[in-house]
Ligand binder design. Structure first.
Ligand code: C2E
Ligand code: MG
Ligand code: MG
Length: 417
């Protein structure tokens, strides 16, 4: 059935429901990672899989609604009469029926489903709105980790609208030079000297009074290719700064934050090698920080690339350790040199016996694996002493220094190191 046909069918369903006062649901279904499966298996298998998917959906729905193939790997289900809870049940049934693998020419293939739901009449009284809103809810299901269903809501719509506005502003700002890097030093807890610094991105849109926190705009940029452009700008800027400092006789490593999207981008590390080379820098001059969640999701190719960087002498830190999986057993598989313990841990560690015990365990295992430990977010003398007692090597936090513009760090380095 073509999309125009679907809209017509939907429109008649709406008219019918108007007469009877019925409620029904529109389910927007999208296969997760279908492109990857298609690329690995080859296209004829992809077609076979789509047929098998369609058949399974029909069996699962058991004639309690209408199924339409909407596009490449998208399907739309228009349910029979439903209430709100019934819609959730049906969506759950649809995602559940993908738990079993598909057998294609003797090979088992697993694929999951993300589902977005809009309800008639609550979420729209015409075909176009119902489809658009179910589609938005489907994107929300993808963003929340796939293999699940989400309902449309007005707050979701306004949230997405805000994100679109922010993304457009970010794009403009890249061209208008509205970004800046600030640097936060990491202190060697034994000597008290500055050992390295972390480059942190700041965005001050000229037409706004306040700067927007990276905690807000980085996730938005990560949903699109924008993060690749921003990441490239950060890399270039960090290399330029290290070179400028070197010309002033200051030698310091700058660590940059690398997002998951960048890590899997083909040619990312070749780009880093090239950037360093253009500024005459060594691998030791630019470190990289990756969160544990990114490392856990990284495929073997990305880990192989990271290993090559590590072998060249690039310092690689696991960022925010302790907030994600916190899997100590995984650590030995990652080609990393530093473990940055998240500040939420340190916040309560000196007093809370439980956090203290965890912190000690992390530091001990980290040391056993020959990793340097960096404590993040040290704010009090007590926390600093606590880290020293645990033989943590480095600390970063407001107690020592806030992130600051390059010129300020320059002065600090000249006066202390
Ligand atoms: P992060 O990499 O974990 O950076 C440390 C954050 O902790 C920074 O927040 C820093 O200002 C803050 N911080 C440092 N010391 C203290 C302290 O003592 N107390 C408290 N409460 N906070 C402290 P910021 O600059 O807002 O950055 C937030 C996050 O945004 C970063 O977390 C990082 O994940 C991301 N980010 C920042 N710059 C970049 C970038 O260039 N690229 C990417 N991909 N992500 C970035
Ligand atoms: Mg970081
Ligand atoms: Mg961190």
């Amino acid at each position: 059935m073509k999309n125009a046909d679907l809209e017509n069918t939907l429109q008649s369903r709406i008219e019918e429901a108007q007469q009877t006062g019925d409620k029904f649901g529109l389910f927007f279904l999208d296969l997760d990672m279908f492109k990857e499966v298609n690329d690995t298996l080859g296209h004829s298998w992809g077609d076979e899989l789509l047929q098998a998917v369609s058949q399974r959906l029909h069996e699962c729905l058991d004639s309690k609604g209408l199924i339409t193939r909407f596009g490449g790997d998208e399907f739309v289900v228009v349910s029979d009469t439903l209430n709100d809870t019934g819609a959730g049940e049906l969506a759950g049934k649809l995602t559940d029926c993908f738990q079993d693998a598909f057998e294609l020419s003797g090979e088992n293939v697993r694929i999951t489903l993300s589902v977005g739901i809009s309800l008639y009449p609550k979420d729209g009284d015409n075909a176009g709105d119902l489809l658009k809103n179910a589609d938005l809810a489907m994107y929300d299901a993808k963003a929340k980790g796939r293999n699940r269903y989400e309902f449309f809501s007005q707050s979701l719509a306004s949230q997405l609208q805000e994100q679109r506005t922010l993304a457009a502003q970010l794009h403009e700002s890249l061209n208008n030079n509205e970004f800046e890097l600030v640097y936060q030093p990491q202190f060697d807890l034994t000597s008290g000297r500055i050992a390295a610094c972390e480059a942190l991105l700041r965005w001050r849109p000229t037409r706004e009074v306040f700067s927007v926190s990276p905690g807000v705009f980085i996730p938005v940029a990560e949903r699109t290719d924008l993060i690749l452009h921003i990441g490239r700008w950060v890399m270039e800027q960090a290399c330029r700064q290290v070179k400028a400092w070197r010309e002033l006789g200051i030698k310091i490593r700058v660590d940059i934050n690398v997002s998951g999207r960048e890590l899997v981008e083909p040619g990312y590390f070749a780009g880093l090698d090239d950037c360093r080379a253009r500024y005459g820098l060594e691998p030791q001059d630019i470190g990289i920080e990756l969160t544990e969640n990114i490392l856990i999701k990284a495929g073997s190719e990305a880990l192989e690339e990271l290993k090559k960087q590590r072998e060249k002498g690039v310092e690689i830190s696991v960022d925010d350790f302790g907030v994600g999986y916190s899997s100590l057993s995984y650590l030995k598989h990652f080609p990393v040199s530093h473990l940055k313990i998240d500040r939420t841990f340190l916040k309560d560690a000196p007093e809370s016996a439980y956090d203290g015990a965890l912190m000690e365990a992390i530091v001990n295992v980290g040391h056993k694996l020959d990793l340097f430990i960096v404590a993040e977010g040290v704010e009090t003398e007590e926390q600093s002493r606590y880290c020293q007692d645990l033989k943590v090597e480095y600390a970063q936090g407001f107690l020592y220094a806030k992130p600051m513009p390059a010129r300020e760090l320059e002065k600090l380095l000249m006066s202390t190191n």
